[in-house]
Design a protein. Structure first.
Length: 253
């Protein structure tokens, strides 16, 4: 198939132009080839771009003898040094990322429970641990419970004293009975030192407690004064002193 040559048109009047004509025979307008279509235009443009890139590369690195470069470098070092020494280096450089809180949620929950048992119920360290891991209690893991106990801020002497006051005022127990209850494996599980602190500092009228116990035995169990006396001083009973027990018997109505 014969290729049909394209017909050039005048840019001014759109009339057909003879081949290689630079002037339109109809309107007389010049129709020279645009400069951007000439091969030498693109050659010159390429040389200009290459030269500009080379100049930019040389300007990026300051000369060794450039005083401004030296001042800028030293100033940067001073700023970084000052920031580090003042504890504000996080905006200048970072040596290691900030550590996120890695304490498991279970451990945090166990600690909150432990704080409640200590602050509200005044329990001992051992009793709180047992409650946290108990199948019938909180059922935390042993690791979570141990974390809670180790991080619990508590005054165990004060807790023991609070428990002793409850036993003295509400249950009218004797001093020796309270001590035994505080250290008992089946009771409060305080240490002997904590229990001793409690009974030494608790404010109680032991004779009045003995009398209250004697009245309970008399009214509820209809016991005789002699039997009540024995129960009050018994090692397996109330553990009041003989003086306290006798006061109770003497004042029974």
């Amino acid at each position: 198939m014969t290729k049909i040559p394209q017909i050039a048109l005048c840019r001014n009047c759109s009339a057909p132009l003879p081949e290689k004509a630079t002037v339109c025979p109809s309107c007389g307008a010049k129709n020279k080839k645009p400069v951007y279509k000439k091969w030498w235009f693109w050659l010159i443009l390429a040389l200009i771009v290459i030269g500009a890139a080379a100049s930019a590369g040389r300007g990026a690195a300051p000369a060794d003898d450039d005083p401004t470069a030296s001042i800028s470098s030293e100033s940067g070092k001073d700023v970084a040094s000052d920031a580090i020494s003042s504890g504000k280096a996080e905006n200048v450089l970072s040596t290691e990322p900030a550590q996120a809180d890695s304490v498991p949620k279970e451990y945090q929950s166990a600690l909150k429970k432990a704080e409640s048992y200590s602050d509200i119920m005044h329990m001992s360290k051992a009793a709180i641990y047992d409650q946290l891991v108990s199948e019938y209690g909180e059922r935390f893991s042993e690791e979570a419970a141990q974390y809670a106990i180790e991080h619990l801020a508590a005054d165990w002497n004060a807790n023991a004293l609070a428990k002793a006051e409850d036993y003295a005022k509400i249950m009218q127990m004797s001093k020796a009975g309270i001590y035994d209850q505080l250290i008992s494996e089946y009771g409060e599980q305080f240490t002997p030192e904590q229990a001793q602190y409690a009974v030494d500092h608790v404010e109680a009228d032991w004779k009045a407690n003995a009398l209250a116990k004697a009245e309970d035995y008399q009214e509820l169990m209809a016991m005789s004064p002699s039997a009540i006396y024995d129960q009050l001083i018994s090692e397996y009973g109330e553990k009041f002193t003989e003086e306290e027990a006798q006061y109770a018997i003497d004042n029974l109505s």
